[in-house]
Design a protein around this ligand. Structure first.
Ligand code: SAM
Length: 247
């Protein structure tokens, strides 16, 4: 997952660089995330979840080839549809009974695809959460794109905080860092223990996930082959799974 962001960071195109510095500095798009996202992403849908369209950073976008220093925000995790998120979304779209009528938290929502899938499935309340506020703008645009009723977004770090009585918490590709995985393991355990919250995790088999003690508390529910384009952009990953967390 992080490899894709690293790839973006490492991609440099000398051709556009000087022109682009001037354009970016003279426009106000960098100070308005909404216009920036509209200008610098492409509307696409992945073959694994064709029901959902997303504004993403693709190879056809100028910034894919740009020097990373010119990117005016933090790492654009929200501009990528991560393999773990894709599996989770496929699972939610195929099993809407899991979300129907319940309250759903999409923790580390990025582009917000899982929150959108929960909204499509008939959840009574959906909160998309990500510590990157720019993800909130991308999420709003993606809701509009999918004609989903406006869903709430919160940029606060909820991990470690007092747990709320969610029916379901979904996490796409959130186990990419060992320290974060430790925190999640503890916090999710409390969510389940205190409120009986159901937890679904999407992950393509990242090392930090596969080797983490959390794995002893997971039951695999599904496994999906990734699309050719996702495989190309994720160096060697070929499939992605969905697990239920049952501590
Ligand atoms: C790999 S991306 C996954 C995005 C999305 N779930 C998907 O599968 O496409 C991880 C996301 O988690 C967010 N994140 C990292 N730490 C977080 C935290 N403590 N609370 C909420 N979001 C966090 C990042 O900003 C990023 O958008």
């Amino acid at each position: 997952m992080l490899l894709a962001c690293r790839f973006i960071r490492q991609s440099v195109s000398a051709t556009f660089r000087l022109n682009y510095i001037e354009q970016t500095r003279s426009s106000n798009s960098a100070t308005c995330p909404r216009s920036f996202i509209l200008q610098h992403t492409e509307v696409v849908s992945d073959p694994l979840t064709p029901e959902i369209r997303l504004r993403l950073l693709t190879q056809r976008c100028e910034f894919w080839h740009q020097k990373p220093e010119l990117w005016p925000y933090g790492d654009p995790y929200w501009a990528i549809y991560w393999p773990g998120g894709q599996a989770l979304v496929r699972f939610l779209l195929d099993n809407p009974q899991i979300v129907r009528g319940g309250s759903v938290l999409d923790l580390g929502c990025g582009c917000g695809a899982a929150a959108i899938a929960a909204g499509m499935g008939g959840a009574s309340y959906v909160l998309a959460n990500d510590i990157d506020p720019v993800a909130g703008e991308a999420f709003k645009l993606n809701c509009e794109l999918n004609s989903t009723k406006p869903l709430d977004f919160q940029a606060e770090n909820l991990i470690g905080q007092e747990v709320a009585p969610w029916s379901l918490i979904v996490l796409g590709d959130m186990f990419y860092d060992e320290d974060l995985a430790d925190l999640l393991h503890d916090w999710l355990g409390r969510c389940v223990g205190r409120h009986g919250t159901k937890v679904l995790i999407g992950d393509p088999g990242r090392t930090q996930f596969a080797s983490h003690p959390v794995r002893r508390h997971l039951r695999q529910l599904a496994q999906y082959s990734l699309s050719e384009s996702t495989k190309r952009e994720n160096y060697g990953l070929t499939s992605s799974g969905v697990w239920s967390y049952e501590p």
